[in-house]
Design a protein around this ligand. Structure first.
Ligand code: NDP
Length: 434
């Protein structure tokens, strides 16, 4: 704790994982002797840099850029870039740490990392975002590469930002390589990558419901956020027969009891991805309720899909969800439920899946984009979607079976942490003290 003073989210993520690993470490003296845990919680490398840029008024602005290269025991560092004013080392270390386990669960050869900047793209012009991205990449480019570290998007980094970042990398390095994922389909991107996290989340939820012999058909679903993950979660939940009644952003939540169908979702995609507007406009357009400053968890639902940010479901929200009859919580965002909220879900014996398992479809499809880049080939939409679906089924099986093997049937937190840990820890053990 002293060594990582003030890094609250990092402590939270590490505590959750370490608690799950106790039964494994009791059995595995070799891992204890090799000090695997001490090595695992220390990033291999942390890069911190200045990002100077010029705004539209001609004034010089300075932001702080980061890349946390957490663990490369099973493959090149892989993980998103987040542009948000809240970004700091503690948040990126929590995200990088989680990414190590998530990437191991995907069955692909991917290490874990995370990066970003305390830059807020909201309210900036396209030209300002481009100048920021170019300055950010001017420094980052010396630390990354297709076989070293392959960043992707995250909050505040979508296709526009990936385009500017990739352009600057290509220009400085004079090479066209798979150094970033989430690229446009015409220049090295993979079909289904934009959809992958949201689709994967719905596939995972479907597998969870199967264990109780029910399905998403007819289920009332609450989704938070209205960005990349939320949008495609809604699309797939609709396809699987669920009815999504909420979306939100950092200003508030809309409640549409009739359901956010394909037509309304297309409107939201234009609002958020093209016009870059606020979700409150949905309420005016479709004549539904808008609750300023609220999150969706007070709305009665069968299934909850937090897809916005960390710690967005607290103990009080969890109690409300349970009181209203919610039977499944699957995390699209990273660590959206606080530890007490998770304890409440588990005590109530509802289905609960942590982000590192349920939202792994995004990074898995990034891994598929890397494979296509290495092969210099493009797979069809159907092929990528089928691989994504297969990977989500496999992650679910691994989590479910691993939890059962350690006497914790149905505990997806334990299953994900243990299965991810064992893969990375055994690789570290085999590679010596490095
Ligand atoms: P986007 O930037 O596309 O969307 C984020 C959404 O969450 C926006 O609606 C945003 O609202 C809202 N939000 C962000 N911060 C806050 C906050 N502090 N309070 C309330 N709402 C907030 O990001 P993504 O959809 O890509 O990411 C969402 C989550 O999913 C993150 O936790 C991310 O780490 C995780 N994730 C993303 C993956 C991906 O492939 N994109 C993969 C795996 C996980 P506003 O516009 O008002 O800020």
């Amino acid at each position: 704790v002293r060594r990582n003073a003030g890094e609250l989210e990092f402590h939270q993520a590490v505590s959750e994982v370490l608690a799950s690993l106790e039964p494994v470490l009791e059995q595995r003296k070799d891992l204890r002797d090799a000090c695997i845990l001490h090595r695992l919680v220390e990033p291999e490398r942390q890069i911190l840099f200045r990002v100077p840029w010029v705004d539209d008024a001609g004034l010089v602005q300075v932001n702080r850029g980061f890349r946390i290269q957490f663990n490369s025991a099973i493959g090149p560092y892989k993980g998103g870039l987040r542009f948000h004013p809240s970004v700091n080392a503690g948040i990126l270390k929590f995200l990088g740490f989680e990414q190590v386990f998530k990437n191991a669960l995907t069955t692909l050869p991917l290490g874990g990392g995370k990066g970003g900047a305390d830059f807020d793209p909201k309210g900036k012009s396209d030209a300002e975002v481009m100048r920021f991205c170019q300055s950010f990449m001017t420094e980052l480019q010396r630390h990354i590469g297709a076989d070293t570290d392959v960043p992707a998007g995250d909050i505040g980094v979508g296709s526009r930002e990936i385009g500017f970042l990739f352009g600057q990398y290509r220009r400085i390095r004079n090479e066209f390589s798979g150094v970033l994922t989430g690229k446009g389909v015409g220049w090295g991107g993979s079909l289904i990558r934009p959809q992958a996290t949201g689709y994967g989340l719905a596939y995972f939820a479907q597998e969870m419901l199967n264990t109780r012999h029910v399905s998403l058909e007819g289920k009332i679903c609450a989704v938070s956020g209205s960005g990349n993950v939320a949008q495609y979660a809604v699309e797939k939940i609709n396809e699987l027969g669920g009815r999504v009644v909420t979306l939100s952003d950092s200003s508030g939540v809309v409640y549409d009891p009739e359901g956010i169908d394909a037509e309304k979702l297309a409107w939201v995609m234009t609002l958020k991805n093209v016009r870059r507007g606020r979700i409150s406009e949905y309420a005016a357009a479709f004549k539904v309720e808008y609750y300023a400053g609220q999150r969706p968890w007070m709305i009665p639902c069968d299934c909850a899909f937090p897809c916005a940010t960390q710690n967005e479901i607290n103990a009080e929200d969890a109690a409300t969800l349970l009181a209203n009859g919610c039977t499944l919580v699957a995390e699209g965002a990273n660590m959206p439920s606080t530890p007490t909220a998770i304890q409440q879900f588990q005590a109530a014996n509802i289905l609960f899946a942590p982000g590192k398992a349920a939202n792994a479809g995004g990074v898995a499809t990034s891994g598929l984009e890397m494979s296509q880049n290495a092969l210099r080939m493009n797979w069809s939409r159907e092929e990528v979607d089928a691989r994504l679906h297969g990977i989500m089924i496999k992650i679910h099986q691994d989590c479910y079976n691993t939890a059962a093997a350690y006497g914790q049937q149905g505990n997806y937190v334990a299953g994900a942490n243990i299965a991810g840990f064992l893969k990375v820890a055994d690789a570290m053990l085999a590679q010596g003290v490095i």
